[in-house]
Design a protein around this ligand. Structure first.
Ligand SMILES: [Zn+2]
Length: 390
């Protein structure tokens, strides 16, 4: 029985990146079946599994992929249920005795291919996912949920015990009790806010969202520490007692998507504008490669789907030098050049260890025809006033 690894370590990634199969029988599979909390996308995910099964069928006939590998992949995928919401990633080369299987968190487009190298691009371009804490509250209740990479989990038990203590029970309308209720409610929101700050300071999440009724918002807001207000990305109206996880996720995800979209649009605008004014932007494969070579790139902008850039690029396996043309020896260090059918694969391998941020664009189209761009730290040949003006 194969036990799949929970994640891919940098050492494993390095080892996989050095693997080369001249015969073109290095097999790569990415498949994601279903995330339990993403019920609405369930059919989509199941068809992803079928898609891979079909792709494997055609790989069997056309590619150099070994039949034993193809058979094993089909059996592995066939036996997959939800896989705990994780994606299955397989790298295999029967001839060289390689079979590596990983269960990885994150969202991956289905992919099945055989080539001279393993397709590591999707793993290398995996974005750091933000963790959103969602706090729901009314005057009696408080709930805590965590939204990460499209999956929501409830952690209200962390507050439950304390919640019991401050629950109001009185039915009397006396002035004294009314005032007492006010004070209890305030302490309840204060308690919630203090715990939210505590969890944030312990790095349990990155951004905050509040779900409440309109009339309670001001009371909650009044108790939030400035640090919490800084990381507050949105608020939505909900009945904290009745809301289901699905309803909460839908509302929270809309806020996440809206924020991501805006951020992306700003970034693309900045990069495209920068490229046009010879400022801090590069657009198109040729310019992006040039900027990478000069160490100018801060952020590499790629399309959401993998491998759309159907241009071959050579990469020196020793120094990471990039060349558009096919070369066997590196013109800089004389190292061996490897030819990658997808430019993205070469660029991402080049970016490893160079402090370059990778961003996939989910909402915004990058300029044609290459659909690739970069935001630069500086521009080697421009003077400072020009750089500042961009
Ligand atoms: Zn080199």
């Amino acid at each position: 029985m194969t036990v799949a690894n929970a994640k891919v370590s940098p050492e494993e990634l390095k080892e996989l990146s050095e693997f080369w199969a001249e015969e073109g029988d290095a097999l790569t599979i990415y498949v994601q079946v279903a995330t339990p909390s993403e019920l609405s996308h369930r059919e989509e995910r199941i068809s992803a599994k079928e898609k891979i099964q079909q792709a494997m069928g055609s790989l069997k006939g056309k590619s150099a992929a070994d039949r034993a590998d193809v058979q094993r992949v089909l059996e592995t995928i066939g036996a997959m249920k939800g896989n705990g919401g994780l994606a299955k990633v397989i790298f295999a080369c029967h001839r060289k005795g390689v079979w590596r299987e990983f269960d990885v968190a994150g969202a991956f487009a289905p992919r099945a291919e055989a080539g001279t190298a393993f397709a590591l691009g999707p793993l290398l371009a995996q974005e750091q996912t933000k963790r959103y804490c969602i706090a729901l509250a009314d005057r009696n209740r408080a709930r805590l949920l965590l939204l990460e990479a499209g999956a929501i989990t409830e952690h209200s038990q962390l507050l439950d015990e304390e919640k019991e203590k401050i629950r109001t029970t009185g039915t009397s309308k006396s002035v004294h009790l009314e005032r007492q209720k006010e004070e209890e409610a305030r302490r309840h929101f204060q308690f919630l806010a203090e715990h939210l700050l505590h969890f944030y300071e312990h790095k349990d999440y990155d951004c905050l969202m509040i779900g409440c009724r309109d009339e309670t918002w001001r009371e909650i807001e009044a108790e939030l520490h400035p640090e919490l207000k800084r990381i507050l990305v949105g608020r939505f109206v909900v009945d904290p007692g009745l809301a289901t996880a699905e309803e909460i996720q839908e509302k929270a995800q809309a806020i996440v998507d809206g924020g991501d979209r805006k951020e992306e649009e700003r970034l693309v605008e900045r990069v495209v504008g920068g490229a046009a004014s010879k400022g801090l932007g590069a657009v198109g494969l040729k310019d992006v490669m040039e900027s990478l070579e000069k160490g100018e790139v801060r952020t590499l902008l790629l399309p959401a789907q993998n491998g759309q850039l159907e241009q071959s690029v050579s990469l020196c396996e020793h120094c990471g030098h990039l060349e558009a043309q096919e070369l066997t020896k590196c013109s800089l260090c004389n190292g061996r050049m490897r030819r990658f059918a997808h430019a993205e694969e070469a660029l991402l391998r080049h970016a490893v260890g160079r402090s370059i941020e990778i961003r996939r664009m989910h909402w915004t189209k990058l300029p044609a025809p290459d659909g690739i761009a970069a935001w630069l730290r500086f521009r080697a040949e421009v003077n400072t006033p020009q750089a500042l003006a961009s």
